[in-house]
Write a protein that binds this ligand. Structure first.
Ligand SMILES: C[S@@+](CC[C@H](N)C(=O)[O-])C[C@H]1O[C@@H](n2cnc3c(N)ncnc32)[C@H](O)[C@@H]1O
Length: 198
């Protein structure tokens, strides 16, 4: 299934400008495997929301890696949701749903065990969009790279206001079987409070 998704990204995804042509030779390491390692931070049978999914990264990959999870891909742009809907249909991914929305539109409506994202916004803004979607005891898992620690420092006030536990920076995929170099760096923030607003 992952191979079919890689072919879609390399084909229609490139033609329709959702992924740069220079990414095609490094699709597996930089995109698919890099995102697939998030699956280990998803509890059994969890609900997952991927904010700003773009061409499906990381949410669609998590849906492939974790058939027990229910994954919602949230993306406001029609060109991208059209590609996502076609990919979900083509892969027959019954655990994955596409919502053409901004994340804020789901505040007070939906809550998930895990809210993922990659390359969507700096952490203070991302927390404002994502934490209201996290169920109490659930977590935001944001792929952040080398700026993770400084983004956490910038977000101190937002973290306190939104009822967040102390953020963790976690490196994934350095060992077997992924052997990613560099590994995937994520910021994981658990939601403590019941009452969190955007
Ligand atoms: C740079 S792209 C990253 C796409 C994908 N996550 C990836 O890593 O390839 C950022 C995406 O976030 C989406 N986005 C921007 N603001 C958003 C919001 N408020 N709620 C949900 N998605 C948003 C954009 O439409 C865009 O597809």
């Amino acid at each position: 299934m992952a191979e079919r998704y890689a072919a879609l990204l390399a084909g229609a995804g490139t033609v329709r400008g959702l992924i740069g042509p220079r990414e095609v030779p490094r699709l597996w390491e930089r995109h698919l495997v890099n995102c697939a390692v998030l699956a280990e931070l998803v509890p059994a049978n969890a609900s997952v929301c991927d904010v700003g999914s773009g061409a499906g990264l990381p949410g669609l990959v998590v849906a492939i890696a974790r058939p027990d999870a229910r994954v919602v891909l949230v993306e406001p742009l029609l060109r991208r949701t059209s590609f996502l809907e076609e990919a979900v249909a083509e892969l027959d991914l019954s655990n994955c749903e596409v919502r053409r929305e901004r994340a804020e539109a789901l505040h007070g409506v939906e809550r998930y065990d895990v809210v993922t994202s990659r390359a969507v916004a700096p952490l203070p803004k991302l927390l404002g969009w994502s934490m209201p979607l996290v169920a109490p005891g659930g977590a935001l898992v944001a792929m952040k790279g080398s700026r993770a620690a400084s983004e956490i420092a910038d977000a101190a006030e937002t973290l306190a206001r939104l009822g967040c536990d102390t953020p963790e920076v976690i490196e994934l995929g350095a060992g077997e079987p992924a052997r990613l170099d560099p590994p995937t760096t994520v910021v994981r923030v658990v939601r403590l409070d019941e009452d969190v607003r955007g």
